[in-house]
Structures are given as C-alpha cells and as structure tokens.
Design a protein around this ligand. Sequence first.
Ligand code: ATP
Ligand code: MG
Ligand code: MG
Ligand code: MG
Length: 477
Amino acid sequence: MKTSELRQRFLQYFERQGHRRVASSAVIGPADDPTVMWTNSGMIQFKDVFLGKENRDYSRATTSQKCLRAGGKHNDLDQVGFTARHHTFFEMLGNFSFGDYFKADAIRFAWEFLTGPVDQGCLGLDPSRLWVTVFEGADGVPADIEAEDMWKAAGVPADRIMRFGKKDNFWQMGDTGPCGPCSELHFDRGAHIPGDATPNGEGDRVMEIWNLVFMQYERDAKGVLAPLPKPSIDTGMGLERTASILQGVDTNYEIDLFEPIFEAIWKAAKVRPEDRREHANRTASQVIADHIRAATFMCYDGVVPSNEGRGYVLRKIVRRALRFGRKLGIEGLFFADLAPAVFQAMGDQYPELLAEMGRIQKSLHREEQQFSHTLSAGLKILEASDVSSGTLSGSDIFRLYDTYGFPVDLVEDWCRERSIAADLAGFQQELNAQRSRARAAMKAHDLRLAGDLAVLADLPPTRFTGYDHLESQAHVV
Ligand code: ATP
Ligand code: MG
Ligand code: MG
Ligand code: MG
C-alpha cells in the first residue's frame, strides 16, 4: 500500500466515524504561542480547542499533520540516520475528540483501523505482531486498568499488554493544564531486526506506531489533579513508520515516498544502480533525504537560515546535510537541487509547494553556497597544517572552529582518513577558556547579545558553533 493511500485511508476511516478532515497546519508553531518553536504533533493546532478557549463547529477532527522534531521540546535530530524510524520531518496521522467520545471509542477505532479488513478501508495488520502499552500509575495517579480492560475487550491477549510509567505512558500539555494516561501500539518487525522483542526497549525491532492520549485530568498550580468534566482524545500515528510496515520494508527510508528523493541524491552523488540499495541504508543518504524534506517545508513556511531560533535550526539542518553530502563524495552544490524531488514525492498532498519552489531553492542555495566556502577554506587550512608529530593540535582545531566555523567532526573525519590523531582534549581546553572569557564579558556588558547576533546573521564567514556534540555549548559563547 502506497504511503499516499495510507494517508487517505486513515482520513477516510475517521471521516466515516464522524470526524471533520482538517488541513495540516504549518511546521512552525502558532504565531501567538512563543512556547512552540515547531509543530511537533497533531494536537498543536487544536491546543486552544482542548483548553476550551476556542470553539469549532465540529467536535471530532482528523488530520495528517506535518511535524518537525528538530529542537524545542522534541529533538530527534541526532537519531536521524541512526535509527530506522526517526525523522526530523514526518507526518503524524491523528484523530481528535474535543469533549466528545472518549477512551472506549478511541481504543475501538484504533484497533479496528489497524487490524480490520483491507477491503473495508482498514489496514489488515496481523494482530499477533502488535503490542499495547498502558499507564502503570505513578505519583498518586492510578494505573489505567480501564484502558487495559478495553484493549482486552477489543481482542488483545493479556500477554500482549504491558504497563509502563510516566516517561512513555503519561502525557501533559505543560506543568499545569490538561493531562492524562496514554496507550500506545507497537509493531514487532521481526527477529531479523536487532533490538528487544518487547515495546520501549533498545533497537528498531519493536517499533512504536500510534499513541492514544486520554486527556482526562486537569492539573492545577499546586499539582493537584482533578477529573476533566469533558475528557478529550488526542492521537498520533507515524505515517512513514506505518507505511514501512505495510510495504514490508525494514526502515522508514525504504518506503515509496522516499524514492524520488533518493533518485535525486543518487544522481547528485553519481551512485551506480547496483550500489543503490546499499546506499539507501547508509546514514549519509538517509540524513540528506530527511533533511531536504525538513528544509523544504521550513522554507515553505518562511523560515530563513540565520543564527537564531528557527533560522538557526534550518541553518544547522542545511549544513549537516552538506557535510553528509561530502561524505557521499558530492563536492559541488547539490542540496537546493533536491527540493523539487520533495514536491515529486509529496506534491499530491501538498500541491502548494510548487508555486514556492523557486523561493525555497533560492534560500537553500544561498546558504549552501556560503557554507561551501567555509568548508573549502577550512579544508585548505587543514591541508596546510603541521601534522608532522602525527597529531593535529587542539589550537589548530580551535582556530578552524572559532574563526572559520569549521565543524569539529569534519576535522575528526579528516584526521581519521589520514591516520592522524586529533587533540580534542586540547580543543576542549581552548573552548572552555574562551567560554569563561565570554562569560566574564557577558557579565560586564549585560545581555545585549541577541541583537548583535541578529545583525551578524548574514555576514560571511559566519562563526557557526553549534554542531552535534557541541550543541549543548550553544552558539552564543
Ligand atoms: P519514539 O519513542 O519512537 O521516539 P515518541 O514516543 O517520541 O516516539 P510520540 O510523541 O508518542 O512519539 O508521537 C506519536 C507518533 O508519532 C509515534 O508513535 C510515532 O509513530 C510518530 N513519531 C514520533 N517521532 C517520530 C519521528 N522522529 N519520526 C517519525 N515518526 C515519529
Ligand atoms: Mg521520541
Ligand atoms: Mg515513545
Ligand atoms: Mg510515544
């Protein structure tokens, strides 16, 4: 079953159950809510409806929501390319009840949609490969025995239901407000996939596909929970994950939706047809395929690469993609040229991308060009550095990083390829010293940095200090 068919089936199934089909909102969070950097789940566009601050003319909705988990509350950036199931950009299929139906129906719908007959608009998954998780109780909130009994009534054997704690099976909107237990569905991809044989363990073998949140309490400022008079439902199912199951492939990246994107990457990297399958399973190709989707939709929503906030996340994503491009041996500019493949892959659902393609590509191209200079300049300096001792010194690494914005992990790669040691401890020392100097200066000059950074945002060469393991040190040092 093609990914686009799965999307339609989901929306149609819930339309038949009286849900209003609502369009996806933007990947950037709502303009009036500064706490949300990115839309990271389907419920974001309905937040005020759940809070009772806004009324709609429907009480059941279904969506396929564009989501980003690349900073803010959820950040899956470092997982991308290293697990079979995490993207920065993905679509979340959801059904929502605003004080209308509750737990029993949500459970019944989910089980029927997943395991019901294909010729009746369901997915026909093998029930013996599914697992269900429920909340085990914590902090005075009881275990969700109710949900457990409902799953059993739906036909799930008791030994396929497992209880978990707050981390996986309790949801809250914030420190106060609506909250409640959740129940998740997981699928066993089979013993050939490395990983635990039960939910929420290690590896990709048993994969979480659908989260059903039962909003049934409200937490007050003292932390006390009271039952909500009209409990609500918020669910989220990963489109790409579920498509991978239906298509019998072992990673999200092997689904049909990614094909045009990989085609474009292979063309850019001049990968021979016989090497392609292997290539699709490589971290570098997967990161690029993921990042071009994220970058395209971020640009569509008006995000521009910069050193702050959303623009900084976009900048990081573009640069990360370019770095992995070099790993594939792509020397020239290529990233912006991949954007039309995103339209090819997803234009049926998001036709509006086409009219903006020129603008999107221009913005990506500009960023790519700028960073490409940094990469080339940094590589030249590296080639000229004195490594006769067999080690690249910490101060050399620091200079590259600090003055040219050259990523440290590229330095590491460069050294590894030449069997040279990289003095990362020395680099760290220099970095710490610089940070204490900066901290002292900050105290003296107060916090006027944000403004300065905005001005610096477009001045090449950019001092870019936010890569991967260095991320926690932030770009404002
Ligand atoms: P995981 O434990 O696998 O990281 P999660 O618990 O963070 O997933 P939820 O917040 O419950 O995910 O989101 C609901 C659903 O969205 C998940 O069950 C999954 O199918 C999908 N999903 C979540 N994160 C991602 C991602 N990074 N890439 C693709 N799909 C995702
Ligand atoms: Mg997660
Ligand atoms: Mg989870
Ligand atoms: Mg979850």
